[in-house]
Design a protein around this ligand. Structure first.
Ligand SMILES: Nc1ncnc2c1ncn2[C@@H]1O[C@H](COP(=O)(O)OP(=O)(O)OP(=O)(O)O)[C@@H](O)[C@H]1O
Ligand SMILES: [Mg+2]
Length: 264
């Protein structure tokens, strides 16, 4: 089981070319970070993964079936997408109604609905806010409400578009725990982020995009220790990688632990 992009291109109806020749594979239970500067095509790529957009060239295959043959709602049941901006996603009058929307739409029985809602609420730590209008909550909590509204589904892949924007230390810790628990359940998580510290601490595979193309895909050093990739995706060299270079410890260190291990 996997999400596969085969030589995918996408042009928006107004003629904007967003991605070209993108090939990617996300395995069941895998954890992948997508990085790249504004306009690189990250959001377009993940919307192609969950069927919100259909490729204008190439093919996107989710668990063996092309998204071209399925409705967005069908694909979204397998691949959940948490929007970059929660305001594009949240619409209900209170948090509880927001989380219960999908279970009610799908006519789940009470027991199943309550179990799934309780799990989503617990995973995202939003229990204190259930009776509040999402619009009245701080941005960081709105983000977790948006995540809960997706986790309530039975999707096997979850896409988080910029989940770290506006998070404080507590939010980061909660997000880290959430990712670990999803991985424990065998759910794949694809995360777009501009926070390189978060990538290094939380992911082992990273995809870098620039100008609508995938320019690197692999273990962390494939992006963070390659000057060409860093320049094209406008990512600053990690301080720790610079220290390793200055100490002539090689070009593959992305963490303090790596540096320590390399010291003769
Ligand atoms: N709805 C749209 N209509 C037309 N062009 C769009 C639309 N959405 C995105 N684009 C264009 O497609 C390209 C890729 O945009 P996309 O949103 O996928 O990038 P991104 O990497 O997610 O950027 P950001 O980091 O700013 O979120 C950009 O040139 C953008 O202007
Ligand atoms: Mg984006």
């Amino acid at each position: 089981m996997a999400i596969e992009l085969h030589d995918v291109g996408f042009t928006y109806p107004d003629g904007s070319r967003a991605v070209s020749g993108v090939s990617l594979r996300v395995e069941d239970g895998e954890r992948v970070a997508i990085v790249g500067q504004n306009g690189a095509g990250k959001t377009t790529t993940v919307k192609l993964m969950n069927g919100l957009l259909k490729p204008t060239e190439g093919e996107v295959i989710v668990d063996g079936e092309s998204t071209a043959k399925r409705t967005t709602a069908q694909v979204a049941r397998t691949v959940g997408y948490v929007f970059q901006n929660p305001d594009d996603q949240l619409f209900a009058a209170d948090v509880r109604a927001e989380i219960e929307y999908l279970p009610r739409y799908l006519h789940w029985d009470d027991a199943k609905r309550e179990t799934r809602v309780a799990r989503a609420v617990e995973l995202t730590g939003i229990a204190p806010h259930l009776d509040i209008n999402p619009k009245d909550l701080p941005a960081a909590i709105r983000k977790f409400v948006a995540i809960a509204a997706v986790l309530v589904s039975e999707c096997r892949y979850v896409i988080l578009d910029e989940p770290t924007a506006g998070l404080d230390q507590r939010g980061f810790a909660l997000l880290g725990t959430l990712l670990d628990r999803l991985q424990g359940e065998g759910i794949a998580v694809v995360t777009i982020t501009h926070d390189m510290r978060f990538v290094v601490d939380t992911f082992s595979r990273v995809v870098a995009m620039a100008a609508g193309n995938v320019i690197a895909d692999g273990p962390l050093p494939a992006v963070f220790c390659d000057d060409h990739v860093l320049n094209r995706s406008r990512i600053r060299r990690l301080e720790v990688a610079q220290v390793a270079r200055d100490l002539r410890l090689g070009d593959q260190a992305v963490s303090i632990d790596d540096v320590v291990a390399l010291i003769p």
